[in-house]
Design a binder for this molecule. Structure first.
Ligand code: ADP
Ligand code: MG
Length: 325
């Protein structure tokens, strides 16, 4: 298990309180935020390096599990849209499922992209919204199977956009998702919550229910913008609501190694967050939109594509790090 369990999310971020107004990475006191030994070590001849500048390695297929559950809950969060949260939720879920883990993916975005990407019903069925507001009391009734063995979904649709307004006057409004998931946790090894692009009450619910949070980060110029605010929110939830919460990792997505720009952004991300950045990097490829249209994870749609292999590696790297069973 991860030694970070009782410490701050990132070393040095600790409990020294909020860092008000920091949302631009150029203003961000990165040293005080992380104090991680970031940056690439001097490269040695004859060693193959991965995209993040660490020696390249392949994470092996994990041992089969002897039994199942209780699930570790992972929130997929970044308040920026279009960074790969849903794509990562779908393909990480499929990757862990293919390695024999029982996985439940929760669509926690009113856009319903995760539900669409896994081709489950979103209308005339109980959704996560019904569970949050209590018109459906048992989460098990909202579970749908997908075409992928071991991979189930609780869907969402546009109704979910009304949830924050509905829940704002509830008692313990931040812990509603945690309570909803209690009945299904024993059945699964991993539950992945695909958050909407905001740091509002729904995302706080996801962070409160979760054991860990995975942050997809697009390798684009403004990638780091807003990450300080996200880390601050994670710290606050950890301090006030969910002491077990860990940062499971930062996943660089949409990386194009042919551009200097993307290489510089990735270098900056690794300088900033050090080993919190997963060694596996997701490259930019049009196969992802194609797979979404087909309603399948890329791992099913094009299993031999290098990006499918990359998500297989993300799953195995998380297992290796102790962030999944
Ligand atoms: P988010 O959930 O953070 O809003 P998505 O996962 O929906 O982001 O991704 C946004 C768009 O980018 C989608 O159309 C998706 O198919 C596409 N996409 C995601 N990952 C990649 C990638 N590695 N390369 C190319 N396109 C991608
Ligand atoms: Mg999404």
């Amino acid at each position: 298990m991860n030694a970070k369990q009782d410490g701050p999310i990132l070393r040095g971020t600790g409990t020294e309180g909020a860092r008000p107004g920091i949302s631009d990475p150029n203003e961000l006191d990165i040293e005080s935020l992380t104090q991680i030994d970031g940056g690439a070590a001097p490269k040695k001849a004859g060693v193959k390096y991965g995209d993040t500048g660490r020696p390249f390695r392949v994470f092996p297929a994990p041992q089969p599990l002897k039994g199942h559950g209780p699930a570790r809950i992972i929130a997929m969060a970044n308040q920026k849209g279009g960074v790969g949260k849903t794509t990562t939720s779908i393909n990480l879920a499929a990757s862990l499922a293919a390695d024999g883990r029982r996985v439940l993916a929760i669509d926690f975005d009113p856009q319903g992209a995760l539900s669409a990407g896994l081709a489950v019903k979103t209308h005339d069925v109980p959704t996560i919204y019904d569970l949050l507001i209590g018109t459906e009391r048992d989460a098990r009734n909202a579970i749908q199977h997908t075409l992928v063995p071991n991979l189930d979904v609780i869907p969402a649709n546009i109704d979910l956009s009304a949830a924050e307004v509905h829940l704002v006057n509830e008692v313990a409004r931040e812990t509603i998702l945690a309570r909803v998931l209690r009945s299904v946790t024993p059945e699964y090894d991993v539950i992945i919550v695909d958050c909407q692009p905001s740091l509002g009450l729904l995302t706080v619910n996801a962070l409160t229910a979760a054991h860990g949070v995975l942050v997809p980060l697009e390798c684009e110029y403004f990638a780091l913008r807003g990450v300080a605010l996200l880390i601050e929110t994670i710290e606050k939830v950890k301090d006030r609501l969910n002491p077990q919460l860990q940062l499971d990792g930062i996943l660089a997505t949409m990386y194009d190694p042919r551009t200097l720009h993307a290489r510089e952004v990735l270098e900056r991300v690794v300088d900033t967050f050090g080993d919190a950045v997963l060694e596996t990097v997701i490259r930019r490829t049009v196969k992802f939109p194609d797979a979404s249209v087909a309603g399948l994870p890329l791992l099913e749609y094009a299993p031999d594509h290098p990006a499918a292999e990359a998500y297989r590696q993300v799953g195995r790297e998380l297992i290796f790090r102790g962030a999944a069973a």
